[in-house]
Write a protein that binds this ligand. Sequence first.
Ligand code: IMP
Ligand code: MG
Length: 332
Amino acid sequence: MPCTVITGAFWGDEGKGKIISYLALKDQLDICVRTGSVNAAHTVWHQGKHHALHMVPAAFIYEKCHLLIGAGANIHISQFLKEVEETNVKNRIGIDHQASIIEEKHSTQDKTNTHLKGVVGTTGWGVGPAIADRVRRTAKLAKDIPELQPYLTDVTKEVNNAIDNGKKVLLEGVQGLMLSLFYGTYPYVTGRDTSASAICSEAGVGPTKVNDVLVVFKAYMTRVGGGPIPGELPKEEAKKRGWFEISATRRDRRSAPFNFKLAKKAVMINGATQAALTKLDILYPRCKGARNYDELSEETRQFITEIEKETGIPVVLMGTGPEALDIIDRRK
Ligand code: IMP
Ligand code: MG
C-alpha cells in the first residue's frame, strides 16, 4: 500500500480473489480497480457465501471500498449488470468511458473458430475476438451503451487522485503470467498481456505510482485449456493428492507440482516485491485454518523458505482455507 498491484504467477486460478478479499477487509481498501475481462473468474468466500466474480472487483466484500473497471478492460454487459445486482454494489461501482464491449458475436466466434476453440481451448466468452475488434478500431465502447450510462466515470482520474491523496488502492490483475500474450506459452495464451505492467496500463496508472507488486502463487500449479504445464500429473494422481479441480467453465484443470523456475520468471517479469501463497492447506492438510506462522509444520515452513530463497522475495501471505480470513499474514 498505498498502491499495490496483484498479479498471478501461473495460468490463473492461483486464488487472487481470496487474497484480494482478505486485503479489502484487513487493510480497508479505498479503491479496487479490476482489469482484464469476463474470461477470468475470481472466487471469494465470505461469511459462508460463495461468489464467482467475472466483472465486479473482488474487494466488494468491504462495503466502503469504491470499485472501478479500467479503460483497458472489456465489459460483458449482461454479466456486469447481473453481478452488480447480486453483490448490491450499484452505488459504488464505476466503469471507464473507454472500456470496450464484448458482444454476442464475439462469443460465437470464440466458440466456433477451430483454432481458438479446438487448439487454444479458450473459455468461449469471446474476449479474444472482442480485443481483435478493438485493435481493428471497430469496437463499441462503454460510453456508447445506454445501460452503462449510470456507471460511466473517468477511472484514470479517480484512481490517480486517490493515489496522490494517499488512499489505499489495489489494482486487480486477472489470469496469470503463463497466460500472457507476450510472456506465456504462446499460442496457448489469452488475448492480452497479464503482467503487472499491463495491469497498470489497463487501469491508467503509471509505473512510478506503484509501491508494491504482490505476485500470487498457488502451492501447486493448474491450467485449463490447451498447452503445456511442466511436470503434469496423471488425473488419477492429481485426484489422490487433492489437486484435481474443475474450472468455473466446468472443465478439468490439469495440475503439476510447484515450479521454482516459473516462479522466478513470474517474479522477474512482474517486478514483484512480495508473494502470496495460496492453498497451502491442500498441500499440507495439517495447516488447515492456521492463522499464525508458528502453527505451520517444519516441512511447510521449509517449502516457504525455499520459495523465498529461490525467488528472492518474501512470502507475506499464506492461504490456509477458502474463507477470506483464512490467512497467515506476515506483513510488517
Ligand atoms: P481466452 O482467454 O478465453 O481466450 O482463453 C485462452 C486460454 O486462457 C485458455 O486456455 C483458457 O482456458 C485460459 N484462461 C483464460 N482466462 C483464464 C482464467 O482466468 N483462468 C484460467 N484459465 C484462463
Ligand atoms: Mg479463476
